[in-house]
Ligand binder design. Sequence first.
Ligand code: UDP
Ligand code: MG
Length: 359
Amino acid sequence: MSQGKPHDQRGDALRFTTVRSDASLDASSRLLSIIVPLYNEEENVDPLCTQLLALADKIPERVEIILVDDGSRDGTPAAVARWAAQDARIKSIQFRRNFGQTAAMMAGIDAAQGDILIPMDGDLQNDPADIPRLVAKLDEGFDVVSGWRKDRQDEFLRRTLPSRCANVLVSWVGGVPLHDFGCSLKAYRRKVIKDVKLYGEMHRFVPIYASWQGARVTELPVGHHPRRFGKSKYGLERTFKLLLDLMVVKFLAKYLTKPIYVFGGFAILSFASAGLASVASVYLKLVEGVSFLATPLPLIMTLTTISGCLGVMMGLLAELLTRTYFESQAKPVYLVERTLNLEGEVVPHSLAYPSKKAA
Ligand code: UDP
Ligand code: MG
């Protein structure tokens, strides 16, 4: 894994110690998969497709545009179908109901054929013109280039500020120094993203998983526009979800294969507290002549002993679950209603959750 050094003098990008030049494919023979989740974005579909197709005509790479309709209840599916009928580069997956942005992105990733995968928002807040810059940055020898909305056009107090704090925390816990995990516009080499499996709101942590698998990760400032049509689907509550997700990620990364260490560790602490409480009660009785019934010690002993026993039992259950998890078939996190211009079904891959250990 390459270790990121702090920002360079201009502060506009991360510089890494091990930069490898990887021009294995020339530009015209490689395929870019642009993956766009759409949820009630009817007014945005036309300008989005126009901009993306104009870009596709301009750049040397071949392009496929995968529009994942996440169960929209407005005119989005119809608009997407119109574009898919006009141009075979526009492909689409339509969910039966709203499964969330992460599931939509996962479906796009599963369907993507490209050598480079580029997720972005479908609300025109990301700028397609940044895509060639991201790809050029990948060609400098990186596996993941994450967009950084340096000049973010969202409400400051409700969105931008909590997101800044969250980014500092996620960088610290995940060990990948990025300014903006929440920016959807990123570029991935196929090999680092095809095996990733995402749950909850976890698409923003992909650079972390990737880096745990040894990917070289960097960031690049990208443009950001205010939303012109439709509404944002998120508010402040997302920050709290993100904190919980972060806990899960850390737990899965470190303890997926040995959950008993977490639960058992808690149990040992509980038993130790019970032991301390009993020593204290004996001391009080013999030395101070105080009956332990006059203190909260019996309550503490009982509670900590019970929680210790529960900790051990939950740890054993978690160990069983881990085995089931690894040894059973992975279940899809979404249901596909239909696909457009895609050959065959979208088959979710069945790889286990990536973890440092499993890598
Ligand atoms: N989105 C989605 N499913 C959802 C919520 C959002 O596919 O349940 C899509 C949405 O259509 C947009 C992208 O995810 O293309 C980002 O959503 P939004 O613009 O609401 O997020 P924000 O920019 O406000 O963080
Ligand atoms: Mg948006």
